[in-house]
Structure formats: C-alpha cells, structure tokens
Design a protein around this ligand. Sequence first.
Ligand SMILES: Nc1ncnc2c1ncn2[C@@H]1O[C@H](COP(=O)(O)OP(=O)(O)OP(=O)(O)O)[C@@H](O)[C@H]1O
Ligand code: SF4
Ligand SMILES: [Mg+2]
Length: 317
Amino acid sequence: MSFLKVEDLYLYYRTRMGTLQAVDGVSFSIKKAESLALIGESGCGKSSLAKCLMRLLPRNVELFKGHIYLDGSDLMELSDEEFRKTIRWQRISMVPQAALNSLNPVIKVGEQVAEPLLIHKSIDKKEALERVRELFSLVGIPQAFMDRYPFELSGGMRQRVIIAMALIMNPEIVILDEPTSALDVLIQASIMNMLKRIKRESNLTFILITHDVSISSELADKVAVMYGGQIVELNDAESFYKSPLHPYSQKLMASVPSLREDKQPEYIPGAPVSLINPPKGCRFADRCPFRTEKCSEEPPLVSLKDGNYVRCWLYAR
Ligand SMILES: Nc1ncnc2c1ncn2[C@@H]1O[C@H](COP(=O)(O)OP(=O)(O)OP(=O)(O)O)[C@@H](O)[C@H]1O
Ligand code: SF4
Ligand SMILES: [Mg+2]
C-alpha cells in the first residue's frame, strides 16, 4: 500500500519568455518508511516538485494540478488554509535547498527549533526545550549548543539545526533538498550517516533530492530520475544502481568517478533541454546515443515491477 502517491502532477511557471514546464506530468509512489532519491541535473525540476509537495509555490504559477495522495486522501482537495494547518511541517516537512543561512541570527538555536511547538502545540516552553534537547541528540548536536546563536556554529552544525527544525513537529515525510551540497565531504558523510541512522531507527519517509548520484545511493530504497520536468525512470534502488535502464540514468551513473576501476568518469554531452517550448517527443533525444526516428514521438511509460517505470522507446514492445 503506497503511503505517498503522486499522480500526474504539473507545475508550470509564467515567465517573460513563455510558460516554463518545471514539473510535467510526474507520477510516483512510496511506501511508509521507504526513502526515495530524486536525482537529476540542475534545473530539471527537483525543487519545483518539492515545492508542490509542500505547497510552497511562488506567485508566478500558471498551472498547478494533479493528485497528491497521503495515506489515501488527496491533498490537492484541501484549501490552502487546511493544508497549512494540517499538512505542511506537521505531516510533510522539508529541509529547503541552500537553507544554511536562513536561521534567525538573533535567536538562540534551541529556541528557534522550539518555536513551532510553542505556536502550534499547547505545550510550555520548558517542555518544548526538552523536546529540542532530545532532537539535538538525535541529529548529533551537543546539548551545550542549545544556547548558541547561529553564527557560533559551523556550517555542518547549522545544517543539523535545520534538519532538527524539519523534524520538530514529528512529520511522517521529510523532504531533504540537497541537504549536504554546501558542505565539505567529511561533514557531508557524517550528516548522511546521521540520516541513515534516523531512517533505521524510525519509520520516517524521506525524499532525498540531489544531483549527486553517489549521495543518493546512501539513503535510497527507490530512485526517481528526473529529466526536463519529467520522471524518466522510477526504479528500486537495487536494480537502479546495478543496471539503470533509461539512457539518461546510464549516463548519470557513468559520470560518477570510481576509485576501484581504472575508468574515466563520462560526461553527458549537450545541454539540458529547455523547459519553455520543449521539443515534441523524447526530451533527452538530442543527447541520447540510442535515439531513433521513433524518438520524435512521445515515449511511452513502460511498466516495470512494483509500479516502477521507464519512459523510453527502447523498452516498448
Ligand atoms: N519561480 C520561478 N519562476 C520561473 N522559473 C522558475 C521558478 N523557479 C524555478 N524555475 C525554473 O524551473 C526550472 C526547474 O527549477 P528547479 O529549481 O525546480 O530545478 P532543480 O532541479 O531543483 O535545480 P537545482 O539542481 O539547480 O536546484 C528551472 O528552469 C528554473 O529556472
Ligand atoms: S526514447 Fe529514444 S531518445 Fe529518448 S531516451 Fe529512449 S532511446 Fe533515447
Ligand atoms: Mg533545486
């Protein structure tokens, strides 16, 4: 039974150049406590998809439609007010991209993390700070840091505070949008280890957004590869990392440097497809080594097991 099921989701932006199709008919589902890695190059629509799930949309939205079922009920039927009161931060929360400098500089971090509890739950400050203390130990922040201001913390510690903020209301789904991309590799590794431990010890459902395939493999049970506003492959992590199916997924995997093999990492030739008036047919066609004439037509979604799929003519019967 899927816990989060997204069906035919669209998010288009109005721009001076025309309509930009950031999320264009995206569907996927995940089970409770499963982690989905959403990967793809810069500008393919990953953060836009996260914004749909959090309903944190900019003003220039031209189209926002589709279905987002959480535990069977369609969140798209909720009013903005209902969504804000019952879903955002409470059931689905997010560590936004590039949030490292978003903490309030004049409030101690312990109090900042406690704030939503004081506003939304009727508990007193002492109890709220106690909950923050527990959370700090879960995300690996020393207790003494409760009384520090953001500028007194390293980047890695600040990111842990932001992760604690996303967890404070006890959500069921946490979206992590490039949670480690601003950090050096050692700190990156320790944050990923902390997330893996939380995943093991809780039944949180994570959606990890990253352009870094090697980071995605740390947490993923399932992988969604996005290209040009669409999911081109949705697959179980094990199958995906062993033998990715979509030509773009294969290129992404081949671009990861390997320490063991004496092989140069490949790069993906060509430029990402424009999301304003994208070409008809397969959006990856310009860069695809397997392209045939057929590829100028819209590729089918070819079903794999467990509701997974690949969007490519190569696999069509
Ligand atoms: N508010 C907006 N108005 C117009 N275009 C936007 C807006 N927000 C994002 N875009 C465009 O939508 C496309 C998808 O952007 P998005 O931020 O979702 O990509 P991303 O995959 O998260 O990229 P990155 O890896 O760089 O974070 C890009 O072309 C981006 O320029
Ligand atoms: S549909 Fe054609 S162009 Fe697109 S990825 Fe598949 S083979 Fe390549
Ligand atoms: Mg992004």
